[in-house]
Design a protein around this ligand. Structure first.
Ligand SMILES: *[C@@H]1O[C@H](CO)[C@@H](O)[C@H](O)[C@H]1NC(C)=O
Ligand SMILES: *[C@@H]1O[C@H](CO)[C@@H](O)[C@H](O)[C@H]1NC(C)=O
Ligand SMILES: *[C@@H]1O[C@H](CO)[C@@H](O)[C@H](O)[C@H]1NC(C)=O
Ligand SMILES: *[C@@H]1O[C@H](CO)[C@@H](O)[C@H](O)[C@H]1NC(C)=O
Ligand SMILES: *[C@@H]1O[C@H](CO)[C@@H](O)[C@H](O)[C@H]1NC(C)=O
Ligand SMILES: *[C@@H]1O[C@H](CO)[C@@H](O)[C@H](O)[C@H]1NC(C)=O
Ligand SMILES: [Cu+2]
Length: 595
């Protein structure tokens, strides 16, 4: 019997041998004690009974109508190294407040997050910076959290306070944008309550899916960035496991002795409660380093109601596909059994579109009166992997609030490619350049000084005063790429095999919008956005190893407005002085693009 078969047989993972502290540190993710989410946080102004007053998902443009509640959501994050065994294999990780996955950020639409981040990474020391994925950061582009682009890294021993509005609503995450730290554990969910586009009874909260590596992240980056002639060269390391809310079992016999302490094959899996007959909201998120996830729940249909921060017209499916960084909110009604039923929740890394040795993640779902010490016995949906490495068809994913695409004032084609440079390093490029960061000179700060002349390797695309920017991404190579744009939701005009033909579009007057879109291997994507948000916005592949290898561009949007008006807080200059003085005394081991 396979190991997964063994779990299904009920022997493993249901009554765990390790404590939650041993597997996930101070986090309660994955346990039956983890709280459900409210529909909104109540310590807010409540006109008409809701913090967002009369605003609805149907009638109000989410990009222009965010309320300003004046309510502050304050968080204090300390980042440190730690050792935990999420799947029974003890390893070195980076933790937020001692937790993996990190603590949840939660707000109502229109509140202000104020998050102080203390960099206490030692042994060795490393810089860091946190990015708040999917938010617009309109009027606060310096708090987007990308080192070398909008800020200097937070130096070891220093702290930095981010302050920004919860300007969109739905499900997202935050993560380090410094090198591949997010693949080393530095991430957590971010939930913003807002108007609903479909009724449900119970909010189960984040369901975080993440491929998982037993090797420490920096060692993986060393392999990715080694010269092709070096023995450790590995541009596409295989993940060792797949986690749901930071948990899964691992068959320790499949590896030679390794890890810091003896490996434990019964770490324990995540458990969730369903209330019989009720409709549950699950906030699915792919927070891994590389792999495409295919999520399903035995016996149940799912109704997808949002993709990324964009509510969509609900549609029903059995499998939700998520590339790295993507989220889908789904509704699931507990009507597939009796009140003592139990079912498997599964997420499979695509064995065609991901590189992994253990693709199957499991968690258990218990109806009210089910025995939570017993393994479910449900049968899996068998929906063959189409192997296209693409998201659901664009015709299925229609934004709830319609927005017609404007006529682009500029169209630019960027091709994704890889190459070996003159010193034998395997690199990716987006357009003409492979990106490499200079942590000491954030582009936004230079632009604010009126300096728009940058080294080629910063890959800055200056769109001047263009009003609507269309970007065609052609991807002739063998890997699919989840492409992420900061500061905007992309209107995805077309996606499919081959290069774009220059005319085909999907979605007509209401194309899908989201902040990450999968671009299939041997395929293309056409996206556009209105230049309503002056700033320097990263546009990049969200696969950790690809962005390390340079698959990244900076979009310089309305530079004149940055130079003229941007009231950049003085703390950004101070952060650069702190970084400069720390990096003067310590060699910064920047072996990758930096992001
Ligand atoms: C674990 O892996 C070993 C080696 O491949 C195999 O012999 C064993 O049956 C597996 N254990 C389980 C419980 O599947
Ligand atoms: C799932 O959806 C299909 C297609 O819409 C429908 O035929 C089926 O009855 C649904 N099953 C359940 C358990 O709701
Ligand atoms: C996920 O993988 C399992 C094997 O571990 C398989 O039985 C199941 O059908 C797969 N799920 C889907 C939706 O294909
Ligand atoms: C090739 O890329 C690596 C990694 O970015 C870099 O360290 C090296 O300097 C590059 N070589 C050349 C000749 O540019
Ligand atoms: C602009 O910034 C770049 C990168 O730091 C620097 O090399 C260049 O000298 C600067 N140009 C001016 C005019 O200051
Ligand atoms: C629009 O963007 C293109 C491409 O970057 C640039 O060449 C052009 O000058 C821009 N137009 C304006 C009006 O700024
Ligand atoms: Cu990629």
């Amino acid at each position: 019997m396979s190991f997964i078969g063994h779990i299904l047989g009920g022997a493993l993972g249901i009554v765990a041998s390790l404590s939650q502290q041993q597997t996930n540190g101070a986090s309660t993710w994955g346990t039956l004690n983890n709280p459900l989410l409210p529909q909104f946080l109540t310590n807010n102004p409540l006109p008409l009974g809701f913090p967002w007053g009369p605003l609805t998902a149907k009638h109000d443009n989410p990009y222009t109508s965010a309320p300003n509640t004046g309510v502050i959501r304050a968080y204090d994050f300390t980042i440190k190294r730690g050792q935990i065994a999420p799947d029974g294999y003890m390893k070195d990780v980076l933790l937020v407040n001692g937790q993996f996955p990190g603590p949840m950020l939660e707000a109502n639409w229109g509140d202000t997050f104020i998050i102080t981040v203390h960099n206490r990474i030692v042994g060795p020391e490393e810089g860091t910076a946190l990015h708040w994925h999917g938010l617009l950061q309109k009027g606060s582009p310096w708090f987007d959290g990308v080192p070398a682009v909008q800020q200097c890294p937070i130096a070891p021993g220093s702290s930095f306070t981010y302050s920004f509005k919860a300007d969109l609503y739905g499900s997202s995450w935050y993560h380090s944008h410094y090198s591949a730290q997010f693949a080393g554990g530095l991430f957590g969910p971010m939930i913003i309550h807002g108007p609903s586009n479909a009724p449900y009874d119970i909010d189960l909260g984040p369901v975080m899916l993440s491929d998982y590596y037993h090797t420490e992240y920096f060692k993986l980056v060393q392999g990715v960035m080694a010269s092709t002639s070096e023995a450790n060269f590995n541009p596409a390391p295989a993940s060792d496991n797949n986690l749901i809310n930071g948990k899964m079992n691992f068959n320790c016999s499949t590896v030679a002795a390794g890890g810091i302490t003896p490996c434990n094959s019964n770490a324990g899996i995540s458990k969730f409660k369903f209330t019989t007959g009720k409709t549950h909201r699950l906030r699915l998120m792919n927070l891994g380093g590389e792999g495409l996830q295919r999520f399903s729940i035995d016996g149940h249909n799912m109704t997808v109601i949002a993709n990324d921060f964009v509510p969509i017209k609900p549609y029903t499916t059995n499998v939700v596909t998520l590339g790295i960084g993507q989220r889908s909110d789904v509704l699931v009604t507990a009507n597939a059994g009796k009140s003592n039923s139990a079912f498997w929740m599964r997420s499979n890394l695509s064995t065609i579109c991901a590189i992994t040795t253990q693709p199957a993640a499991l968690a258990a779902i218990y109806y009210d009166r089910a025995d939570t010490n017993k393994a479910p016995t449900s049968a899996a949906w068998d929906v063959p992997d189409p192997g296209t490495c693409a998201n659901d068809d664009l015709s299925l994913t229609v934004p709830y609030y319609p927005l017609a695409p404007s006529t682009p004032s500029v169209t630019q084609t960027l091709e994704i490619n890889f190459f070996i440079n003159d010193t034998g390093h395997f690199l990716w490029k987006l357009g003409a350049e492979s990106f490499r960061a200079d942590y000491n000179h954030p582009i936004l700060l230079l632009a604010n000084e009126g300096n728009f002349t940058y080294p080629d390797e910063w890959n800055v695309q200056n769109y001047g005063s263009n009003t609507t920017i269309r970007i065609v991404v052609n991807n002739p190579g063998p890997a699919a790429h989840p492409m992420h744009l900061h500061g905007h939701n992309m209107q995805v005009i077309h996606e499919g095999p081959g290069d774009w033909d220059g005319v085909s579009t999907t979605g007509g007057s209401n194309p899908q919008r989201r902040d990450v879109q999968l671009v299939r291997n041997g395929g293309h994507m056409v996206m556009q956005f209105d230049a309503d948000n002056p700033g320097v916005w990263p546009f990049h592949c969200h696969i950790a190893w690809h962005v390390s290898g340079g698959l990244y561009a900076n979009i310089l949007e309305r530079p004149a407005d940055i130079a003229k008006d941007a009231p950049i807080p003085m703390v950004l200059a101070q952060t650069c002085r702190d970084w400069a003085s720390w990096s003067k005394g310590t060699i910064v081991d920047q072996i990758d693009s930096g992001l």
